[in-house]
Write a protein that binds this ligand. Structure first.
Ligand code: HEM
Length: 117
């Protein structure tokens, strides 16, 4: 069974919303989002995770990660903070450790496409 089937749409969207709330409230990373339509971004992020991290239906039609983060110059430290906010959001909704570990591994795998662009 895929992560997508295990969690379901509702839980995934709750996690993504919680994750964005944490990012937007955190002064160490929220400056990146000043010029971003965050409602649109929540949707894109959710579709991206469903499609690539969770083995769900292919619903993502946004830009490639390296293009989406071009010019943001995201640092290693900001990346770690972001991972902590995602795993924190997963924990808040009692997502089991095994799934949290898989999501974290996925996030670490795409890091080269996101940092220092
Ligand atoms: C950890 C893995 C990450 C994934 C999987 C991811 C995924 C995405 C996706 C799917 C988009 C939308 C692309 C589109 O609209 O076409 C996006 C945009 C964006 N991401 Fe990430 N992201 C990650 C890490 C980060 C980090 C660490 C930051 C900053 C601290 C960040 C900041 C942004 C911003 C500001 C945008 C919007 C750019 C714009 O307005 O054009 N992302 N990301």
């Amino acid at each position: 069974m895929s992560l997508y089937e295990l969690l379901g749409d509702e839980a995934i969207s709750a996690v993504v919303n919680e994750f964005y709330d944490r990012m937007i409230q955190d002064p160490r990373v929220n400056h990146h989002f000043i010029n971003t339509d965050t409602d649109k971004l929540r949707m894109h992020q959710m579709y991206f995770l469903v499609t690539y991290a969770m083995g769900g239906p292919q619903v993502y039609n946004g830009r490639k990660l390296s293009l989406a983060h071009k010019g943001l110059n995201i640092t290693d430290q900001e990346y770690e903070i972001t991972i902590r906010h995602l795993t924190g959001a997963l924990r808040k909704f009692d997502v089991p450790l095994e799934i949290r570990a898989k999501m974290e591994a996925f996030m670490r795998g795409v890091k080269p496409h996101v940092v220092y662009k």
